[in-house]
Structures are given as structure tokens and as C-alpha cells.
Design a protein around this ligand. Structure first.
Ligand SMILES: *Cc1c(COP(=O)(O)O)cnc(C)c1O
Length: 303
């Protein structure tokens, strides 16, 4: 049995009415550790475990690290997560709840990640948050579930950080014979690394990240993510932090689900009728995120 669960696919009546077309939600927020990350990370951890890995190492203080911690606990494999000093107390608490050893090291993710690499022994597996074919193969299972439900969307809306989710969804679309289905790839304006790569024709490193959607804060997307935009119709969209936050509030109000601004970014596209004009049934990947609190979202909104 895989570590992730089969998530519900629901048609949102309120979001369909306001978007003027059927809006379907794939509720990845309901995965045991709160985000879609468990699909890919779970698959990677199971594969490394079967190959004899005795220790998993991650340098993500966010949902990827949390998924590694969860997978390790389920598989009986020790997990170390190295996080920078900027990591929130909430994120560290969630990692410890999953029995991970948390090492706080360095002022930035780069420093934490460099330290994590030095901890790797011969029987250890490093689990990357977005740039690994094992992750993409695992993420692709969400599309298999949609196909198994007998539902073919006219467009898929998702958020992009480092592009692991995009790469996985495109893999899933392709392996189900849906290479024609457009993907609307949404980033916040201050974390637009896919947008920059598509504009430049090659991946580029952003000078910095300026967005409350911290789970989208990869300065450079995976090469595979850019390659996906050449194999599949992929359209890049940018939303403001405020739009992402308002979409989080709206999802909570309409569907009683609290998600991170990283997920709100994708949902915010539903408020842009022009972006959806060409499509009938729209499928939104509600990617989730465990580090969101209502108090934080309201504080960011200035309420
Ligand atoms: C990781 C994550 C993303 C972005 O996924 P990538 O694979 O990095 O593009 C979006 N939303 C949430 C909640 C995440 O945890």
C-alpha cells in the first residue's frame, strides 16, 4: 500500500457558480501530512527503503521535509531534517511531531542544504523537495486517480514552486494519453521562477524571493519543469500575494479547508475569468500545505 491516500475529487458548487464553468477540486490538502508532497516523497522514500536506505535526509523546513518525516516514521527509517534559522517554530514543531531529528543550521536554505549534504553516509538517501524523477512519478498518481474516476478536465490549474508538481502532473497527463490538456501554471509575483524561465528560454536564478507563499520560493525551477512547457500546453500566470491570501480565505469559507498561500495562488486564478475563458471543466489541484494558520493569513492580509 502506498503511503499517500486516494484523495476526493469534488465539484465545487460555489466556485463553479462564480467562475461560470464547472470547477473540480482534487483535495490534496487531505493527505496525512497536509500536502500533495507525500505522493512523490512517499514514492521516493519507499524506493530508497527497498534499496536498503537506513536514514533519510532532507533540507526542507516545509511540506517536503514534513512528508519525508512522515514517510520515515511509517517505514521505520530515521529522518534528519536540516533547516535554516529562519524556519518557523510551527514548522519545527510539526517535524518533531513526526519524530524527525531537526538540525537548525545556517542563515539560509543554501547553508542548511550544504550542511545536510555533509551528513550523508553510504546508507543514507537525500530526498530532494522537487527535482527528482522519483518524485514526479509519485506525484503523477493524482492524475491516474482523476482518470480512473472517468473525468477528463479541459484544463488543469496548479501552483509552481520548483516545478515538481508541474513535472508530476504533466507525467500523469502524458501517461493517461492526455498530452492535449492545457496546464495553467500559477506563481505569485515575488516567486515567479517558472515565468522567468519561460520568458528567457532557459532556467534562471531569481535574485531573491519576495512572497508570503514560502512553499513556492524556489529561486530556480527544475530543468524538467521547463521541458514540460515544451511538451504540453502550459500557460504561466502570476497572481499577487493578496489574491493568493484572499483565495485561502475563500476556500476556508466555502469548503472548510485551510491551505497555504502557495495553494491559494492556484485557487486565485478562479477569480480571473479571462484566464479560464477557453475552457469548460477546470480541475484545480488543491495542493494544501501544513504550515498555514488562520492567524498568519489574517495578519498578512492586514486584518
Ligand atoms: C511544494 C509545494 C508547492 C510547489 O510545488 P513544487 O513541486 O515545488 O513546484 C505548492 N504548494 C504547496 C503547498 C507545496 O508544499
Amino acid at each position: 500500500m502506498p503511503l499517500h491516500i486516494h484523495t476526493p475529487l469534488i465539484e465545487s458548487r460555489p466556485l463553479s457558480l462564480s467562475a461560470g464553468r464547472p470547477v473540480w477540486l482534487k483535495l490534496e490538502a487531505l493527505q496525512p501530512c497536509g500536502s500533495f508532497k507525500l505522493r512523490g516523497v512517499g514514492h521516493a522514500c519507499e524506493t530508497h527503503h527497498a534499496r536498503g536506505a537506513r536514514h533519510f535526509v532532507s533540507s526542507s523546513g516545509g511540506n517536503a521535509g514534513l512528508a519525508v518525516a512522515y514517510a520515515g516514521r511509517q517505514l521505520g527509517v530515521a529522518v534528519t531534517v536540516v533547516v535554516p534559522e529562519t524556519t518557523s517554530a510551527r514548522a519545527i514543531e510539526l517535524l518533531r511531531l513526526e519524530d524527525a531529528r531537526v538540525v537548525v543550521h545556517g542563515a539560509s536554505w543554501q547553508e542548511a542544504n550544504a550542511h545536510a549534504q555533509t551528513l550523508l553516509g553510504p546508507d543514507d538517501a537525500f530526498i530532494h523537495p522537487f527535482d527528482d524523477p522519483l518524485l514526479w512519478a509519485g506525484h503523477a498518481s493524482m492524475v491516474d486517480e482523476v482518470a480512473a474516476a472517468g473525468f477528463k478536465p479541459d484544463a488543469v490549474v496548479l501552483s509552481v514552486g520548483g516545478g515538481g508538481l508541474l513535472s508530476g502532473v504533466v507525467e500523469g497527463l502524458q501517461r493517461n494519453g492526455w498530452g492535449d490538456v492545457p496546464v495553467l501554471a500559477v506563481e505569485t509575483e515575488g516567486a515567479a521562477s517558472l515565468h522567468a524561465a519561460m520568458a528567457a528560454g532557459h532556467t534562471v536564478e531569481l535574485a531573491g524571493i519576495a512572497s508570503v507563499a514560502t512553499s513556492l520560493g524556489a529561486k530556480r525551477v527544475a530543468e524538467r519543469a521547463l521541458a514540460c512547457t515544451r511538451e504540453q500546453p502550459v500557460y504561466s500566470h502570476l497572481v499577487s500575494d493578496r489574491e493568493a491570501l484572499l483565495a485561502c480565505e475563500r476556500l476556508l469559507h466555502e469548503h472548510r479547508l485551510l491551505v497555504e498561500p502557495a495553494c491559494g495562488a492556484a485557487l486565485a486564478l478562479l477569480e480571473r475569468p479571462d484566464a479560464l475563458q477557453a475552457y469548460g471543466n477546470v480541475l484545480v489541484i488543491v495542493c494544501g500545505g501544513a504550515t498555514a494558520t488562520l492567524a498568519q493569513i489574517r495578519a498578512w492580509l492586514g486584518q
